[in-house]
Design a protein. Sequence first.
Length: 108
Amino acid sequence: MDNTNLSFSAIVEAMVRTIPPGRVMTYGQLAALAGSPTAARIVGGIAHFGDPDIPWQRVVNKNGGLASGYPGGRDGHKAALLAEGVHISDADTVSVDTLLWWPDTNNL
């Protein structure tokens, strides 16, 4: 993918659109793949204020934790992931080891 003419937020949004139902990416993973490995919090802001039609429910923290800033809070995030068949632990986390998605960045 030629990122030279895309903003950081456009790159992040493009990657999130590629996450298939039932899989997740982390804020830090998205930041690193978009060219700014220390910008995980910026990715969170993009998710919080970004296009609601993008599947932001598929983005979790590095430990698989759900976002309190998701519409409806962690319960809303949990409901959206459950609707996609994702198992949520009793601690309201997902298994990053099992569900982590790596996009083909050449096709974004």
